[in-house]
Design a protein around this ligand. Structure first.
Ligand code: PMP
Length: 407
C-alpha cells in the first residue's frame, strides 16, 4: 500500500462500518444500567420517615436539608456540616439558582448583578450546561484556555483585575468535563488569592467528579473554601456536588457548600422558591451512602465498570489514530469523558460522518461558549453508557470518521 492509497482504504473501512447499521448514542455522560444497579438498595433503603432530630421526612420543611444529609456531604466535601445545604435532586439546579439569585438580588451585601453587564470566565473546553445557563440568562462569556494543571491563570488574573463586569468563573476542579483536568494546588491558591475588580466575584466550583477516579491514584484538589478564607475572600467560592453519578443520576441528592454568610443568603432565597426538599430521598441516601469510606467503596465498583470502556476507546484510538498527525486525545485519571482533539477544522465534519454511520455524539463545539469551538477541534467522547462491545465499535467508527474527514 502506498501513501496515495490511504484515503480510499479509509473510505472503504468507513463504508463497511456504515453498512453495519449501528445505532449508538454517546451524546451524554450518563451512567450505564449496570452502574445504576449498584445502588438498587435505594429502593428499600428507607426504614422509616423520621430523621435523627425527629423531623418527619414526609412533611414540608427543612430548607437546608436534614442534619444527617448535611453531615454526610460535610464529610464528603471536607466542610463543616453547618456550611452545607442539601437540596434538590441534582447540582445543576443549585448552580442555576445561585446565578439567578445573584442576578436578581445580588450576593450578600452587593447590588443585583443584573443592573450592569455581567461576564463569566469559562475555561475551555468545558461543560456545555454551564455555558447554557450563562447564555440564556444574558451573561457574556470569555474563553480561557485550559492547561494540564487548570485554566491559564496569567490570563485569568489579568482579566479579573481589569474588568469589573467579570462576576464569576466556572471551575470543574477535578477530572473536568471534558478534558479530565485536575487543578494544581498553585492554581487553586491563585484563584483564591487573586485580586478582582468586582468585589462580588464568585467561583462556581463544580466538584461533580470528586470521587470518580479511574486511575490507581485518587487525585486530590486543595480545599477551595479553606484557601479562600486564608486569602481573606471567605465568600468567594460556591462548591457544588451531587450523588448523580454515585447513585442514580435522575433521583439523587445535591449539595451546596460555602461560607456561613453565603449559606444564610442561599437559605433566604431558596425558602421563597420551595417549602423544602425531598427529605425521604435524603434519608435513603444517608442510609445507603453512610460515610466517606462507603462512598469510596461504591466508587471503586463504578470504576471497575467504567475502566474497561475507557480502555477500549483508548485502544481503538491508538490503533486507528495513533499515527495520524495532529490528532490527540486525553487519557483521563477520572471523570466521565475523553477529549478527542482533531487538526484544525475537522471536528464538525467528523461528528457529521459519525452520525451518518449511526453514532450520535455531542455536537462539535458544545464544549465551548455559544457552541463555538474557534478552531473546530474538540470532540467529547462519553464512554459510560454503551456496553463494552458497543463502545468499542463506536470508538472505531469515530476514528474511521476522523480519518475520512482528514482525507
Ligand atoms: N457538572 C458537570 C461538570 C457535569 O459533567 C455534570 C453531568 N454531566 C453535572 C454537573 C450534572 O450534575 P447534576 O446531575 O448534579 O446536576
Amino acid at each position: 500500500m502506498t501513501a496515495a492509497d490511504l484515503p480510499s482504504q479509509d473510505q472503504q473501512q468507513y463504508q463497511a462500518f456504515k453498512q453495519l447499521g449501528l445505532k449508538l448514542d454517546m451524546s451524554r455522560g450518563k451512567p450505564s444500567p449496570e452502574q445504576l444497579d449498584l445502588s438498587n438498595a435505594l429502593l428499600n433503603a428507607v426504614d422509616g420517615y423520621k430523621a435523627a432530630d425527629g423531623t418527619d421526612g414526609r412533611n414540608y420543611g427543612g430548607t437546608v436539608g436534614l442534619p444527617e444529609a448535611r453531615a454526610l456531604f460535610g464529610e464528603l466535601l471536607d466542610v463543616p456540616a453547618a456550611q452545607v445545604v442539601v437540596d434538590s435532586s441534582a447540582s445543576l439546579s443549585l448552580m442555576h439558582d445561585v446565578i439567578m439569585y445573584a442576578l436578581l438580588n445580588g450576593t450578600p451585601g452587593n447590588a443585583p448583578w443584573v443592573r450592569e453587564p455581567v461576564t463569566f470566565l469559562c475555561p475551555v473546553p468545558g461543560y456545555d450546561r454551564h455555558f447554557a445557563i450563562c447564555e440564556t440568562r444574558g451573561i457574556k462569556m470569555i474563553n480561557v484556555p485550559m492547561y494540564d494543571d487548570g485554566p491559564d491563570m496569567d490570563l485569568v488574573e489579568k482579566l479579573v483585575a481589569e474588568d469589573a463586569s467579570i462576576k464569576g468563573m466556572w471551575c470543574v476542579p477535578k477530572y473536568s468535563n471534558p478534558g479530565g483536568v485536575v487543578y494544581s494546588d498553585a492554581v487553586v491558591q491563585r484563584l483564591a488569592t487573586m485580586k478582582t475588580a468586582a468585589p462580588d466575584f464568585i467561583l462556581m466550583w463544580d466538584d461533580a467528579y470528586r470521587f470518580h477516579h479511574l486511575g490507581a491514584e485518587k487525585l486530590e484538589v486543595l480545599n477551595i473554601l479553606e484557601a479562600c478564607v486564608a486569602a481573606g475572600h471567605p465568600d468567594r467560592a460556591f462548591v457544588f456536588a451531587s450523588s448523580s453519578k454515585v447513585t442514580w443520576a435522575g433521583s439523587g441528592i445535591a449539595a451546596l457548600a460555602s461560607s456561613p454568610a453565603n449559606i444564610a443568603w442561599w437559605t433566604k432565597h431558596s425558602g421563597i422558591r420551595s417549602i423544602g426538599p425531598d427529605k425521604i430521598n435524603q434519608l435513603r441516601h444517608v442510609r445507603l451512602l453512610k460515610d466517606l469510606p462507603t462512598v469510596e467503596a461504591l466508587m471503586e465498583q463504578h470504576a471497575a465498570l467504567l475502566k474497561p470502556k475507557f480502555n477500549a476507546v483508548l485502544a481503538q484510538f491508538e490503533q486507528y489514530l495513533g499515527n495520524v498527525p495532529g490528532v490527540s486525545w486525553t487519557r483521563p485519571q477520572g471523570g466521565y469523558f475523553i477529549d478527542l482533539v482533531t487538526p484544525d477544522g475537522a471536528a464538525k465534519r467528523t461528528v457529521a460522518l459519525a452520525k451518518e454511520a449511526g453514532i450520535t455524539l455531542t455536537p462539535a463545539g458544545a464544549a465551548f461558549p455559544y457552541g463555538n469551538d474557534p478552531k473546530d477541534r474538540h470532540i467529547r467522547i462519553a464512554p459510560s453508557f454503551p456496553s463494552l462491545d458497543e463502545i468499542t465499535q463506536a470508538a472505531q467508527g469515530i476514528a474511521l470518521s476522523l480519518r475520512v474527514a482528514l482525507a
